[in-house]
Design a binder for this molecule. Structure first.
Ligand code: SF4
Length: 353
């Protein structure tokens, strides 16, 4: 249901606002609580779903309010079953979201910002800069959209689409908690993964959370000069400091972060680069995900040959570092709109993050 231009999104009302509203509409206090549950815990996107509210009350609400759910501008369906959506919010800003079904699971990759300020050299999103950060509600709405389209329960969410989640920390955290809420979507904390390019203050805050959310770090090179070129937005967070922050994270949480490593021909797949990655990881709690870079039209960066990806996996394993080669999902649809394919991946033959 699209919000009309005259009706306000009921989901923007606080608990106190809802109390006031129900009183104004002549309803008892407990209706405000029920309404609050539908909106903020059960993530309802229509008044029809609110079956324990009297019909007349729902009609009163529908006359005054709507749900500013995003509009689906396009949907592309991949041969592998993945679906990629371009969703537009009420201010005209749009982002991409991907649904990735595997057997009885449904993983969703959401965006946390429209555009991105980090400017990674291998990323189509970073080329055009940041438009704006998304609200927690807009992040959750992406998940709800995919769930409704597949008519399936979402089993995991990766915050790995457009944007740097830890540069939008508070809204990202609020979205994680909404997705994790037992009376809401009830997605297990370990199945909610935040991917950062290495914002150290954000990693430190993430380590302090009580919930066991999963952390993924886009590493892409363990050689400082190469990483500076590939990921200029995190230049100031050096590899040395990143290593320290990740050590502190694992000590504090006991959880294992994963490192994303998109292999780029002649850039981060050389012997010194491989050795630097081994040195970065060896003896630490981590899991490395190796991905063959996908071509971005017009980019000089090309994917490493598969033999090199396999060779790096063998070398990491020999040194006691767990590593998985990941497949891109929806490669045929990603290519069509210039979004980085490696940002939407699942393990070979397995479910998403
Ligand atoms: S890879 Fe992520 S952090 Fe880097 S520019 Fe793209 S969206 Fe931003």
């Amino acid at each position: 249901m699209q919000l009309s231009t005259t009706r306000r999104d009921i989901r923007s009302l606080s608990a106190d606002d809802l109390l006031e509203l129900t009183a104004k509409l002549g309803q008892p206090k407990f209706r405000a609580k029920q309404l609050d549950e539908w909106i903020h815990a059960k993530n309802a996107t229509s008044f029809d779903e609110m079956t324990n509210l009297p019909k007349a009350f729902r009609e009163q609400l529908a006359e005054r309010f709507g749900f500013a759910v995003p509009e689906e501008l396009t949907k592309q369906v991949s041969r592998d079953g993945s679906r990629k959506y371009l969703l537009q919010f009420k201010d005209g800003v749009s982002v991409e979201t991907v649904g990735m079904p595997t057997r009885n699971k449904l993983a969703v990759c959401i965006s946390t910002q429209a555009g991105c300020a980090m400017g990674c050299a291998f990323c189509a999103t970073g080329m055009n800069g940041l438009i704006r950060s998304l609200t927690a509600r807009e992040m959750v709405d992406q998940v709800l959209h995919v769930a409704a389209d597949f008519n399936e329960r979402v089993t995991s969410v990766v915050f790995m689409g457009q944007g740097e989640p830890l540069a939008n920390f508070d809204e990202t955290l609020a979205a994680l908690r909404m997705l994790n809420a037992p009376d809401g979507l009830n997605i297990g904390a370990r199945h909610l993964t935040v991917s950062t390019c290495g914002i150290i203050p954000g990693i430190k805050r993430f380590a302090e959370l009580d919930e066991q959310f999963t952390l993924a770090v886009s590493l892409h090179s363990a050689v400082q000069s190469t990483r500076n070129q590939l990921m200029p937005g995190v230049k100031k967070f050096t590899l040395l400091r990143l290593h320290e922050a990740l050590q502190a994270y694992t000590e504090k949480t006991g959880r294992r972060p994963s490192y994303e490593y998109a292999m780029i021909d002649g850039v981060n797949d050389t012997n010194p680069e491989m050795q630097a990655l081994i040195d970065f990881c060896q003896g630490t709690l981590c899991h490395v995900n190796l991905i063959q870079l996908n071509d971005i039209p017009g980019s000089p960066l090309k994917p490493s040959p598969l033999e090199k990806v396999e060779a790096l996996q063998r070398r990491l394993t020999m040194h006691g570092v767990e590593a998985t080669i990941r497949n891109s999902r929806g490669g045929d649809i990603d290519a069509a709109c210039g979004q980085l394919k490696q940002r939407f991946t699942v393990p070979k033959g397995g479910a998403g993050a």
